[in-house]
Design a protein around this ligand. Sequence first.
Ligand code: NDP
Length: 501
Amino acid sequence: MSTQATAGADAPVLESWIGGRSVPGSTGQFYPDINPATGELLGRTSVAGAAEVDLAARTAYEAFKKWRLTPAPRRGEILYRIAQLIQERKEELARLMSREMGKVLFEARGDVQEAIDEFYYMAGEGRRLFGFTTPSEMPNKFAYTVRDPVGVVGLITPWNFPIAVPSWKLAPALIAGNAVVWKPAEDTPLVSLEFVKLMEEAGLPPGVVNVVLGPGKQTGVPVVEHPLIRVISFTGSTQTGRAISVEAARLGKRVTLEMGGKNAITVMDDANLDLATEAILWSAFGTTGQRCTAASRLLVHEAVVDELQERLVEGVQKLRLGNPLDEDTNVGPIVNEKQLTRVHGYVEVGRQEGAQLLTGGETVQEGELAQGYFYRPTIFTRVSPDMRIAREEIFGPVAVIIPVKSLEEAIEINNDSEYGLSSSIFTQDVNKAMQAARDLTTGIVYINHGTTGAEVHLPFGGTRGTGNGHREASVQALDSFTEWKTVYIDYSGRLQRAQID
Ligand code: NDP
């Protein structure tokens, strides 16, 4: 997608949302918001710079002072109303998301559903937010712990799950009493604005969540650097996440990172191949392969590799590419031209590396797809684990088959990756399943299921280059947005010295 200003176009101007009102960007730059299926210009984003980020951070800080004192169960009631309102507007939000970033409609509904689930779940945390009490080593002394909010948190989110991923960060940050400066991806400004306005309509006080619009360099960098923003919660590429991490370390900030994946599905010789085929097609080509949990490596036992390949090629040829708003479309476009070029670049790399192309490997520019960024679902076979297409995150509809001789070999290849998000194994042998669950070193393991399908009440995140030890969703997400405070109350009426008296 072009980063050039599109002066003169008559699409609506999209402005940052700070303290409950629209704020134009002071950079004077505009960014096009383009429907990737049709090329339609949906809006022009007025790019926010350091001045708007500063306004957003100071506004959030003022709002935080009141929000942190709102009892958590009352905050929970607002989160509950947000969940209800998202539920009422589910279809509207899903359609907007489809138009803006190309996710097929039934998946866009799932993206919105995840936000509903997350807000309902975290609303309940308002009546828990458990700390603990424990005996003091002194007489007439009492000790307990509470989770305190950290203050203003900065959320930096990608375009591939434009409602679900922000919700994983927003709901725990808000229930814990923080205020937010949120920088969504430049490809999804419209749906982000709808979301923040909905939250305020549901009763969230203006200023508690502020949205700054624009690209990473102009708008994201000042969020990372702003002194009032104490925590950065980021989802996106490993490269950007690590750069943010270095800067945050210099500034002494906490960073939680949820980054890339190179997820593998292992198919053993005793697997149910019907089920494995269906799960691979869904995991590799759902969301056009643009998921951090997408299956991009298929570690297939050599005894079943020919049969599985045949089934996969047959399955891929039945997938219908099309406008994501059509109910019978299976695969939508890639989000933008830059990503399309990147995906095709990897396919060229695969060819040069000597992998055998089974199906796909080209853009589609015909008929109603002519104006969009469509790419045929692609499978390579005879791939060796050291090829770049087997090691680097492609983030598009490309999967590679690596034949294996044993479970042990599959586990070794699975674990020998820069990333560590999700793994899956298809087998009907409980011993092999248990061995895999024990030995696969990713944050998520699926048995007889593809690599995608997170539920909000379970921790989500990965090892190695996928993360930095934090988890999203579940009660563990609260760790990213809270500080433990330990309170000692001495009612002895005298000085009792720890470790001395
Ligand atoms: P990025 O990691 O660059 O973008 C993620 C978010 O970070 C966006 O909001 C982006 O803004 C912002 N950002 C970018 N640079 C900075 C910076 N220096 N400081 C602060 N914020 C910044 O991913 P891309 O969208 O460019 O995609 C590139 C690749 O990243 C994909 O091919 C894929 O491999 C991976 N990716 C992984 C995702 C996942 O779910 N794990 C999600 C998306 C991408 P903006 O986009 O507006 O410039």
